[in-house]
Design a protein around this ligand. Structure first.
Ligand code: 13P
Ligand code: SF4
Length: 344
């Protein structure tokens, strides 16, 4: 694993965020939020995109719910909309803005971050790159636009294996920032890679020993896991995949019971699409991650949960907070993003 340096100038200016003035922030009392949101969506010609880790009520009013890859494609293809209301986290909304620069992109809570994106600041990556100019850098989409701008490829958990296999054998690879996904890819592809020491505070909390004990009590249950989980969990999984792939597996696999090792928001769609199946939540460890902002007792992403129906209403009403990215940075981040999206 690489030692992540912590200095040196970022060649790109940081993304500009337009602050949301709190004096406009009150939701009128007695309002029917769902009706008001539907109305505002029409008035603003807005499309509402939501990640599977959002609250169920947000998923239910979204025009499209998907994983990181599907949401990027939807943002790119949202030709007729004037506004994209992105119910997810900051790096996702930034990717949407890179891919759809002519749209107003709003994120209901601008503070919705990500422990992975935070783990690989552009300054540290620029410093590593300066010292290792001969590496091809593959970034998980869970990175800021400024970090993406320094990379050769972007991947998501849906297409990471395909991206790694597309890189010629003679190229040396640095994979940022998720060391667990990177480690999983090394095992899957046999490709040697340097790994950045980042992790997801939600997927890291699952406890392999307790999961094995749960499996013993439910011998018919299949463990399905997101590749952001630690190897000690993945080695017991019957299936590993992105949120969309986990959903598809629950729908199509003949098993009746599953232990779902990812953020619990996905259970909402799983229950809708596979109503007869029994879905178990894996035990978590409280440990030091609780101190880093993770939920102390569950697999809920504190960043994803910053978005609420009230904030969606306010964002659509005020067209704030917006994602703004300088054109030089946008074009630099777009290059590896488009390279990923053009992979067949
Ligand atoms: P996917 O959407 O690719 O499954 O990734 C999950 C995640 O952690 C998003 O933050
Ligand atoms: Fe980031 Fe993990 Fe939350 Fe996804 S679940 S946004 S990877 S902290």
């Amino acid at each position: 694993m690489v030692n992540a340096p912590s200095l040196v100038t970022n060649p790109f200016s940081p993304p500009l965020a337009v602050p949301h003035d709190p004096k406009f922030c009150a939701v009128p009392p007695g309002i029917d939020l769902l009706e008001a949101i539907v109305q505002l969506k029409k008035e603003r010609n807005a499309i509402l995109l939501a990640h599977y880790y959002q609250e169920g009520d947000i998923q239910d009013i979204a025009d499209f719910v998907g994983d990181s890859l599907e949401l990027s494609r939807r943002a790119r293809d949202a030709k007729d909309a004037s506004v994209i209301c992105f119910c997810g986290v900051h790096f996702m909304a930034e990717s949407a803005k890179c891919l759809a620069p002519d749209k107003i992109v709003i994120l209901p809570d601008l503070e919705a971050g990500c422990s992975l994106a935070e783990a690989c600041p552009p300054e540290a990556l620029a410093e590593w790159k300066r010292r290792h100019p001969d590496y091809t850098i593959v970034a998980y989409i869970n990175t800021s636009a400024a970090t993406k701008a320094l990379c050769d490829w972007i991947c998501t958990s849906s297409n990471a294996e395909k991206v790694i296999r597309a890189i010629p054998e003679n190229e040396k690879i640095l994979f940022v920032p998720d060391r667990h996904l990177g480690d999983y890819l090394i095992k899957k592809t046999g490709r040697k890679m340097e790994l950045w020491p980042g992790s997801c505070i939600v997927h890291e909390t699952f406890n392999a020993r307790k999961i094995v004990a749960l499996k013993t009590r439910h011998p018919g249950a299949k463990l399905i896991a997101h590749p952001e989980c630690d190897a000690s969990v993945l080695e017991h999984a019957e299936f590993v995949g992105s949120t969309s792939k986990l959903l598809e597996f629950v729908i199509t696999d003949p098993a009746a019971e599953f232990i779902v090792a990812t953020e619990r928001g996905i259970l909402h769609e799983m229950r809708k699409r596979a109503p007869g199946k029994i879905l178990l939540e894996p035990p978590v460890d409280t440990g030091p991650d609780a101190a880093k902002g993770a939920c102390a007792s569950c697999n809920e992403c504190p960043h994803m949960r910053r978005n609420t129906l009230e904030k969606v209403y306010l964002a659509l009403r005020d067209l704030q907070p917006r994602i703004e990215i300088g054109e030089e940075l946008r074009l630099a981040a777009l290059r590896p993003l488009e390279r990923m999206l053009s992979l067949k």
